[in-house]
Design a protein around this ligand. Sequence first.
Ligand code: PLP
Length: 393
Amino acid sequence: MVSERMRGLGTARSVIRELFEYGKLRAAEVGPENVYDFSIGNPSVPAPAAVNETAIRLLTEQPDLIHAYTSAQGDLAARERFAASLNRRFGTSYTADRFYITMGAAASLTCVFNGLACPEDEFIVFAPYFPEYKVFIEGAGAKMVLIPPEIESFQIDFDAFEQSLNEHTKGVVINTPNNPSGVVYSRATLEKLGAILTARSQEYGHPIYLISDEPYREIVYAGFEVPWVPHIYKDTIVCYSFSKSLSLPGERIGYVLVSKDVTDADDVYAAVAGAGRSLGFVNAPSLFQQVTSLCRDMTADLKVYEENARLFVSALREMGYHVVEPGGAFYLFPRSLEPDDVAFSERAKKLDLLIVPGSGFGAPGHVRVSYCVQTETIRRALPKFQELADSYK
Ligand code: PLP
């Protein structure tokens, strides 16, 4: 006997992974240059040279100590560097003891959900959303409440949101810049969200935490602003990751920040640490705690994503696709040219164009196009998008 839930999770087909694997098989058949794979969100630019240089330097200078255990919550010097970096950028006064270093944003989120969730608790998520939220929230024994997408701008449908809040709401998850829409929540959206949460927290007599999932914080385009969410709503818990900003998804480093302004901050921090312990997420990889914290103020060369976005959006619009302009991250979320996004994605696949149906992100009638690829790949794929559009005429 095994856990049915875990067996189900372990064997469930991920549409993204399946497309990605299909792409590799197909590339072997017809040549990689003839497959246009926009399925997966793996950064396409290398980490800054300083990342590798720092890793090599640390391995050479401290060969005895660098692989040692750190404190469960992460090395103190690394946490101090993360705090100093945010304080400089956002005018805050965070201290090292408010940071819990984790294996990427995935572990940050699971530590937060498991740390917060009590019986009957609910977490609100806005569609379109990162599908792992459901796995993480339900894994923590809580209920995910999904708010339907506001498809004109992919900001927030506040009427639906207000109707879904109730005394069981423990937290609300936001992800801006967003996977899969690429949209950045405006300051006005965040302020309205903050005001509603403040009023409802008062009404219910307990805080509603805003969980800000920020792996794409640094990938933001000209003309867009990503406000520092804790300045807008004090009960914000930040889940960060270096996977995308430093192009290090395989090294698994991120952090949870529970500032002292958060209601019951010490209990929340202790619960996050307890969840880390219970889940086995103590001591994120030692070498890369050091590397990321020493390279904390750098990013990979992210400008290709903006170039790709501009090229893609204008070309697709000219072909008649409806697409909301992304303000960051590296995803487009155009409408499918028929209501059935799965059928649309299948038709694209026949043209060796790999794009992911939106239903898995809670937004049927759309597809996700990951443009963390070489710009040249997009240029070569455009005739295929045209062919796809023509097939509906
Ligand atoms: N949250 C979102 C919105 C993501 O897109 C991802 C990864 O793609 C994650 C969390 C997980 O990030 P990490 O690789 O740091 O665990």
